[in-house]
Design a protein around this ligand. Structure first.
Ligand code: SAM
Ligand code: SF4
Length: 358
C-alpha cells in the first residue's frame, strides 16, 4: 500500500543517515572542528536501522539511499548494506559518499548488495580540494571513483556543489569528463542548512578568480562554516553553468537518466555521460518531493528544509511493535510540509546537513 501525503505525493524514497561523523569538513557543511556528534549509544545500531527500513518498505518505501555524515566511516556499513539489501521490496539501494574510503570499500559494498553510488566532488584541482574539503585528498577520491567503476557500481554519479568564485570556473572541465567516460555529473545549488548565521562579510566571490581565492576563502571562513551571506553570494544558477559549459563544448541536448530524480539532465554531442542540474532552491522541486529522512540517531524528518522530525529511537527501544512504528511513520507522512519556505525567511537551524543526511 503506497504512502501518500496530504498533498497527494507518493512517498517512496527513504534517505538513511548511518552516522553523523565525517572525515571531511567541507566549508558549506561543517566548521573546521566539526559539529558535536551524538553519543554513540544514541546512534541506531545496524539491526535498528535494518528494522526501521524494513518497516518503511512494508509501508511503501521502494528506494533507499544510505548517507551521513560520511557513511564509509561507519565500521559496520557493509553489514548494514547487506541487511538493507536483503529486504524484499527495495528496487533501488544506493549510497552517497565523499569517496575518500571508497577505494577499499567499493568491492565489499557491491558484494553486499549495493547497486550504485553518488560521489561528492567539488573540484578537480588539488589545492582547491584541500581548501574546500579541509581534509582528505583528491587523488584518493579519484581512486575511489575508479574502484567503484571496477566493482560494477553503475551508474556512477558525481555531485558537485556549485559555488560562484570557488569552483564555477571548472564546470567545463567536469563536463569534459563526460566526453571521455560514462560518468554523470550533477551540479547542486548551495543550500541554507544551518548556515553560519553570523553574517560575516569581507569575502567577495566575484573577485576571487584573481589569484588568491584560496587564501581568501581560508581567511573568510577562519575555521567556521561559510556564513549565510557568503553562501548567498556564491549562488550560481544552472543557466550560468550551462552557458559556461556550452561556450567551451557546444550545445547540450536534453537527455534521460532514469535514476536522476529531480535533476534536469543534458548531454554533450558524442558524450558517454550526462550533466544534470539540481535546483532545489531556485526551482520548486517540492511539488514532486517523494522523500523522508532517517537521521543517524533515529529521528524521521519529512522535509530537509524544516526542523520538524519525530523520534523513532525512543519508542523502538521502549519495545514498540512494528505496527506501532508503522503508525508513527504514517503520522510523519501526514505532517510532511507542502514545500519549503526559504523565500519567506524560513531558517534551518536544528541540525546541520551532516547531521540530517543530505
Ligand atoms: N559525506 C557524504 C558526501 O559528502 O557525499 C554524504 C553526506 S553529505 C551531507 C550529502 C551531500 O550534501 C553532499 O553531496 C554534499 O555536497 C551536500 N551538501 C552538504 N552541505 C550542503 C549545502 N550547504 N548545500 C548543498 N549541498 C550540500
Ligand atoms: Fe562530510 Fe559530506 Fe559534509 Fe563534506 S558534505 S563535510 S564530506 S558530510
Amino acid at each position: 500500500m503506497p504512502l501518500i501525503d496530504p498533498f497527494d505525493r507518493t512517498i517512496d524514497y527513504l534517505r538513511v543517515s548511518v552516522t553523523d561523523r565525517c572525515n571531511f569538513r567541507c566549508v558549506y557543511c561543517m566548521p573546521e572542528n566539526g559539529f558535536p556528534v551524538a553519543p554513540s549509544e544514541e546512534l541506531l545500531t545496524a539491526e535498528e536501522i535494518v528494522r526501521l527500513v524494513r518497516i518503511a518498505v512494508d509501508c511503501g518505501i521502494t528506494k533507499v539511499r544510505l548517507t551521513g555524515g560520511e557513511p564509509l566511516v561507519r565500521k559496520d556499513l557493509v553489514s548494514i548494506v547487506a541487511g538493507v539489501g536483503s529486504i524484499p521490496g527495495i528496487r533501488d539501494l544506493s549510497l552517497t559518499t565523499n569517496g575518500f574510503l571508497l577505494n577499499d570499500l567499493a568491492k565489499p559494498l557491491a558484494d553486499a548488495g549495493l547497486t550504485r553510488v553518488n560521489i561528492s566532488l567539488d573540484t578537480l584541482r588539488h589545492d582547491r580540494f584541500r581548501e574546500l574539503a579541509r581534509r582528505g585528498d583528491l587523488d584518493r577520491v579519484l581512486a575511489g571513483i575508479e574502484a567503484a567503476k571496477a566493482a560494477g557500481l553503475n551508474p556512477i554519479k558525481i555531485n558537485c556543489v556549485a559555488m560562484k568564485g570557488l569552483n564555477d570556473d571548472e564546470a567545463a572541465d567536469f563536463a569534459e569528463w563526460t566526453l571521455r567516460e560514462e560518468i554523470h555529473f550533477r551540479f547542486i545549488e548551495i543550500m541554507p542548512i544551518r548556515w553560519n548565521l553570523d553574517e560575516t562579510d569581507g569575502f567577495d566571490p566575484l573577485s576571487v578568480h584573481q589569484g588568491s581565492e584560496l587564501l581568501q576563502l581560508r581567511q573568510a571562513t577562519n575555521g567556521t562554516m561559510l556564513s549565510d551571506l557568503q553562501m548567498r553570494r556564491m549562488f550560481v544558477s544552472a543557466e550560468e553553468l550551462r552557458a559556461s559549459i556550452e561556450a567551451v563544448h557546444g550545445p547540450m541536448a536534453p537527455a534521460e537518466l532514469t535514476t536522476n530524480g529531480p535533476a534536469r539532465t543534458y548531454k554533450l554531442a558524442g558524450a558517454l555521460g550526462t550533466i544534470g542540474f539540481i535546483s532545489q532552491i531556485s526551482k520548486d522541486l517540492c511539488e514532486k518531493c517523494n522523500r523522508l529522512r532517517l537521521t543517524a540517531d533515529g529521528f524521521i524528518r519529512p522535509c530537509l528544509m524544516s526542523d520538524g522530525e519525530l523520534d523513532f529511537r525512543t519508542p523502538m527501544r521502549a519495545g514498540a511493535s512494528d505496527s506501532d512504528l508503522a503508525a508513527l511513520l504514517a503520522h510523519v507522512v501526514a505532517h510532511k510540509p507542502e514545500r519549503h519556505y526559504l523565500a519567506e525567511g524560513q531558517k534551518v537551524l536544528g541540525r546541520g546537513m551532516s547531521q540530517i543526511g543530505g
